[in-house]
Ligand binder design. Structure first.
Ligand SMILES: [Zn+2]
Length: 229
């Protein structure tokens, strides 16, 4: 039994080692493509459109990597704070009359959106009263920043903040490990497959002679085993 556990532990570590083939630089755009969930025509909410962006620690890292003007000390404060949380940036609107949009309020959004753990239970978000000061400050800076490239729509973003860690050593959703990020948006289940390819070094297909998504094991065009470069 002891040896079996030891064997499992070794296998587990090997898996982690494989999935830790981190990319040197991460494109925020590529990451967001993987971590955005779009919802429309939900059967229970007609004329409804929603968008959820999962802001994890890696998103903050990628974002700050592109901002050389931000002092290292500030970057460290942001990363230390935001590393404790998974934040969902949600925009939700209803087009009732056919031409005018109505943005959904925070209370309704909190009813629509549920982040699910791997056991199928819901993860409880923090209430705004529970936010630590540095978290509030960072979210206050984030909104106008998003506004600069999303326009007025960004002022209707609601941030929902969840704990990123289920225990001292385990994240709910580790974007480098195999698994899935699970979100329930009203009646519909959405999954993001992990690891996220945008965080990993691309792999090489020797048959196609092209680079492929780092989260893939086989080339989707010819089934060749992809190689780490
Ligand atoms: Zn190939």
């Amino acid at each position: 039994m002891k040896y079996k556990l030891l064997f499992l532990a070794i296998c587990f570590n090997v898996t982690i080692a494989f999935s830790q083939n981190k990319a040197d630089t991460v494109s925020v755009d590529a990451l967001e493509k993987e971590t955005t969930i779009a919802v429309s025509d939900d059967v229970k909410i007609p004329h409804h459109t929603g968008m959820v962006l999962w802001l994890n620690e890696e998103w903050w890292q990628a974002l700050l990597q592109g901002h050389k003007e931000v002092p290292t000390e500030s970057k460290n404060t942001i990363l230390t704070t935001m590393g404790r949380y998974d934040v969902l940036a949600v925009i939700d609107l209803i087009n009732d009359s056919g031409y005018a949009f109505k943005y959904t309020d925070r209370k309704t959004i909190l009813n629509y959106v549920k982040m699910m753990d791997k056991y199928g239970g819901t993860i409880k978000p923090y209430s705004e009263e529970e936010y630590e000061i540095s978290l509030t400050q960072i979210l206050n800076i984030l909104k106008p920043m998003l506004q600069s490239y999303m326009g007025n729509m960004a002022s209707h973003i609601e941030f929902i903040v969840y704990p990123a860690w289920e225990s001292a050593t385990n994240r709910y959703f580790d974007p480098y490990k195999s698994g899935s990020f699970h979100l329930k948006y009203n009646s519909i289940d959405h999954f993001i497959r992990l690891p996220l390819g945008s965080l990993l070094k691309p792999k090489w297909c020797k048959k196609c002679k092209e680079m492929r998504n780092g989260s893939w094991t086989y080339c989707p065009y010819d089934g060749s085993l992809l190689e780490e470069k």
